[in-house]
Design a protein around this ligand. Sequence first.
Ligand SMILES: O=P(O)(O)OC[C@H]1O[C@](O)(CO)[C@@H](O)[C@@H]1O
Length: 526
Amino acid sequence: MAFDPAVFPRCDQTPVWEGLARHYESEGKDFDLRQAFARDARRFEDFSLDAPHVFCDLSKNLLGRDTRAMLTELAQACGLPAQRDALLGGETVNLTEQRQVMHWLLRYPAQQAAFTPPAFDARRAELAEVHATLEAMLAYAERIRADEGITDVVNIGIGGSDLGPQMAVAALQSFADPARRRMHFVSNVDGHELDAVLRGLRPERTLFLVASKTFTTIETMTNARSARDWFATQGGTDVARHFAALTTNIDAAREFGIETTFGFWDWVGGRYSLWSAIGLPIAIAVGTTRFRELLGGAHAMDAHFATAPLEANLPVQLALLDLWYRNFHGFGSRSIAPYHSSLKRLPAYLQQLEMESNGKRVDRQGQPVSFATSPVLWGEPGTNGQHAYFQMLHQGTDVTPVEFIAVREAAHRLPGHHEQLLANVLAQAQALMQGREDAGGHRHFTGNRPSTFLLLERLDPASLGALIALQEHRVFCSGALWGINSFDQWGVELGKVLARDLTPRLASGDVSGLDGSTAGLLKRLR
Ligand SMILES: O=P(O)(O)OC[C@H]1O[C@](O)(CO)[C@@H](O)[C@@H]1O
């Protein structure tokens, strides 16, 4: 169905936007967290939200009741509920590529769904295909899991065909059996990465998964060709058993010589694809039941997003807060601090999710926007980050909102560790807010530095699925408020074109027509 962006005012075209600007000048910019807690004994309760598998404490943010109400009004004024319904109704919301955006359908169960999206009868055929592909992929994952001859699985893919599965496999490592099977991820065209992995492998014990939505991405095709050559020169036989492709371009995979293929659809964006065949490494690592739990957790969050009122809708409220910080406070980045070492790849995953989705300077009609869009996302697991860059978070000149992610129950039994970890995450959020007076200067902490606290009961497939779906919907909401297309990525194209031109020049030395710097560097690099 046609999606008409002109129906939805951009945030800056609504009267609420002006009101928010005035409100920021009169109160917002001087908001003091310490005073807010002193004034309001119920602040924690009133600024916390419970969503499926995720509890969120928003109370340590620079946000009062008035601000929250005005922001929620902004969401209404931008038609956010109708934009969400367009997404879930299968409208062509990705206008520049003329595509629907339906990653949420990949986790929609065959039975007992928690919500019914708009115009859902039109989705039945696609849903049947989703489930047929899922069944085939999970059956294959179980065959690999049962095959004692396969000890190493190498996923070759980049961007969304790498970051999602890599992040999830690491996050769910306590549900996998590393003694039985090692999972490797090769993404970079830098041969050092593939070479280091290949050195530890034997062809007859290895399964290569070539993961690429388009099956044209230069890095992935270069790595896949090198892996295939290595397999042959090491005496590997039976490519059919040792290579599989995860792609929407089945013909290209066959032409490459891969018979075992698992498909998906153009309505799945790369950075939203871990729920599709791109999730095969996750299914191999943790098995069918766990993979279905991952989908189930995401579906529960989809239902929350689709049905919760705006004030209680966690993705919506996070996106509104993000907008408040980015467009009014002018904060340029958000630091992601997962206090769980298994979430070590989460910051990298979220970087692609948010920055590739919302790092845009024009709106859906191609008009430049006059406000800031995606913040920079960055981070490392706690407590490691505390001994690296938290100094800047506490005492630097920039204010950076921090998103803490903590997990109540540990998956190990080592005494004392988890209490220390939890004490540290609490202490960091507390220190950022409270600060400390010191006349001498060096030991002075200004405090009043905002943070959000996301809490999972335990890190399991369902909670991971919910956490990721939460972030996906939050990114969609920010994009919808800003009036941008969160689902294309034209910004990655120019570099690809230029690299194609420069590759043969590195061999030939031809620098004609190049700028002085590129020509000079190319000569030195030869
Ligand atoms: O899965 P593919 O088609 O190889 O693409 C990989 C990645 O490349 C991009 O197109 C751009 O870098 C990402 O959006 C995508 O996730």
